[in-house]
Design a protein around this ligand. Structure first.
Ligand code: FES
Length: 624
């Protein structure tokens, strides 16, 4: 544990830390471009210069390259170090366009920040700037090579971290070029991270550019609903439109990155065809009328077909706040079935969480032996595949049992678990799907104390749905409709296949997506999407994470005015702003049947989650 002094502050740091990391650990900022916590050092930009006043090394040094050592005395503010950093910025700006006011990265550009803070304002170089031809990298990422400062972050992420092979660096000396080897869209399913990782505006989000400046953004900490991993994100909205989603750091979950599926998720939220107002038999109506109509239909179905003919169907998309109210709704409406899942063969692996044997993405990244058991991480939960790659880069053995799949790393195909030597591993992890084969897994988990299980469920709140299903003795919808007694279904953000709706005379849908269930339903109650409400998801490892409201629901202003300007009329309600969080609608339905008034859905053992900081690492529900 080396002890050193940085700007007169003594600090003791972990072995292997660099001077730059040591300074950051005591909140002393050192400018940097090429260094990144997830990618490490490259020594390419030279902007992290500090002056070593005493100790084993002296003079101007690059702090990102220098291991912290005993006795070092470091100054980050020494005039010589400041001068060096100022020159480096000036060299970088020689070829950089001086276009901050019109650049789409302006306001969220690390180079702009350092140029201003370094005091560079006058261009002394009178020659021509070096320019490059840009590439069309596909529908999501824009390429603007003239802004490049050669920090190599993009290629280090794309090739080394994510295993992409179609993008790299070409050229040499003063004319290096970062791009695809041939024209065409970026192939990596993690390509959107280039936007976050580039410290200038070489790579920007094509779906959001020129739509708003950083200071215009509506933003809040959120959680990705794209799969069951619960990667942390920051959605960015303006004028009731989701503009883009960027990754948010959570070391226990996704680290620094997210996949493209989670990042480019705007269209469904912004879709004008989304259910925006309550509908009864296809006609728009107010909330009171729609709720009354639904209550009437429920009593008619019950009268006509007998008690127990209604099924309440939740889903893995439904946030915890709504999911915990479903048993109350089922009781208040004398429902014949409470369902949190559609398929009967869904094996619930939630019980492993109580043993602490559930693997997070962090556990997978740090594992030395991984078995992928009958699932396809890149398809089901892409960030899990990225975590597997990090373990493989650190020397882990990766085994695959089942059909061949695409993985961003090398793996050994084996026929059964008995061929894997778990005993020789320190931190083995088994990755499996939520469906089938529970018995053989239980045996293998009992036999190996250190083995952890990572289960790929189907939706952002599948774990909670499975847990509540166990707690309340719910059945799958498949089972519920099998005996033919169910004649009415209230679907709450559930994607029910048409086959299960056949022969059901009455369907009501609470949803924010335009699904086939919504098209089929006689009564539709619009719910808010996850960025239009506060809520909680429990991810595949049983980690509860809160997400915050980013914007109010309503039609994006861009769709209302061809010029994209806010309308010049004043009204107290937003057009299309009627959706309510699913839990509020469920609470109204419970109240409508004379049930209790519900102001806060998370009570009892869940109450603690209402105080959970959305910017924390979340909390494992086995610790509640
Ligand atoms: Fe140290 Fe780039 S951050 S050289």
């Amino acid at each position: 544990m080396p002890k050193l002094i940085i700007d007169d502050i003594p600090v003791e740091v972990l072995d292997g830390m660099t001077v730059l990391e040591a300074a950051h650990s005591i909140d002393i900022p050192i400018p940097h471009f090429c260094w990144h916590p997830a990618l490490g050092k490259a020594g390419a930009c030279r902007v992290c210069a500090v002056k070593m006043l005493d100790g084993p090394v002296k003079g101007i040094q690059m702090s990102c390259m220098l291991p912290a050592q005993d006795g070092m005395v470091v100054s980050t503010t020494d005039p010589e170090a400041q001068e060096m950093r100022r020159h480096v910025i000036e060299w970088m700006m020689i070829n950089h366009p001086h276009d901050c006011p019109v650049c789409d990265e302006g306001g969220e550009c690390q180079l702009q920040d350092l140029t201003i803070s370094g005091g560079h304002g006058v261009r002394r170089y009178a020659g021509k700037k070096r320019t490059h031809v840009n590439q069309d990298l596909g529908p999501y990422v824009t390429h603007e090579m003239n802004r490049c400062i050669q920090c190599y972050r993009c290629v280090r992420f794309y090739q080394e971290y994510a295993g992409g092979t179609d993008f790299g660096v070409m050229g040499s000396a003063g004319r290096v070029y970062f791009g695809r080897f041939q024209d065409g869209p970026l192939e990596s399913p993690f390509s959107g991270n280039l936007v976050d990782i580039c410290p200038t505006g070489v790579f920007t989000d094509k779906t959001a550019r020129f739509r708003a400046r950083y200071w215009d953004y509506d933003m809040a900490p959120s959680v990705c609903p794209g799969c069951s991993l619960g990667c942390n994100t920051t959605p960015v909205a303006r004028y009731r439109e989701l503009l883009k989603i960027v990754a948010r750091r959570n070391d226990a979950v996704n680290g620094w990155f997210i996949c493209d599926r989670g990042r480019f998720f705007n269209t469904e939220v912004n879709a004008p065809q989304r259910p925006r107002a309550p509908l009864v038999d296809g006609g728009e109506t107010g909330w009171d009328e729609a709720l009354e109509a639904l209550l009437l239909c429920i009593s008619e179905v019950t009268e006509c077909y007998g008690p127990g003919s209604i099924a309440i169907v939740g889903s893995s998309r439904l946030a915890l706040e709504g999911a915990v109210l479903l048993p109350l709704l089922a009781r208040s409406h004398f429902a014949g079935a409470l369902c949190y899942s559609l398929r009967t063969d869904e094996a619930v692996r939630t019980d492993f969480s109580a043993t602490g044997r559930v693997a997070s993405q962090q556990d997978v990244r740090q594992s030395d032996c991984i078995v992928i058991y009958g699932c396809d991480p890149l398809q089901e939960a892409p960030m899990m595949a990225l975590a597997v790659r990090q373990a493989w880069r650190n020397g882990a053995r990766v085994h695959l049992i089942g059909d061949k799949v695409n993985l961003p790393c090398e793996y050994i195909q084996v026929d059964s678990l008995s061929e894997v030597s778990f005993a020789a591993a320190k931190a083995p992890v088994l990755i499996c799907s939520a469906y089938g084969n529970s018995d053989s897994l239980s045996d293998i988990i009992e036999q190996h104390d250190t083995l952890k299980l990572a289960t790929l469920f189907s939706g952002p709140n599948s774990y909670a749905a499975a847990l509540l299903s166990q707690e309340h003795g719910a059945v799958s919808l498949e089972q519920a409709v099998a005996d033919g007694c169910i004649k009415g279904i209230i679907s709450i953000e559930a994607d029910i296949p048409a086959g299960l709706l056949e022969g059901i005379p009455f369907v009501a849908a609470l949803d924010w997506r335009m699904t086939s269930v919504v098209s089929r339903a006689q009564i539709v109650l619009p719910t808010t999407s996850w960025i239009e409400m506060d809520g909680t998801y429990i991810n595949a490892e049983g980690r509860a994470q809160r997400f915050k409201k980013v914007m109010n629901p309503g039609l994006p202003i861009r769709g209302l005015d061809p010029a994209g300007h806010p309308p010049h009329c004043h009204r107290s309600d937003a057009p299309g702003g009627m959706p309510l969080p699913a839990w509020e609608i469920i609470a109204k339905l419970i109240g409508g049947m004379g049930g209790e008034h519900i102001a806060e859905p998370l009570s009892g053992k869940w109450a603690r989650l209402t105080r959970l900081d959305p910017e924390s690492q979340g909390v494992k529900i086995c610790d509640l």
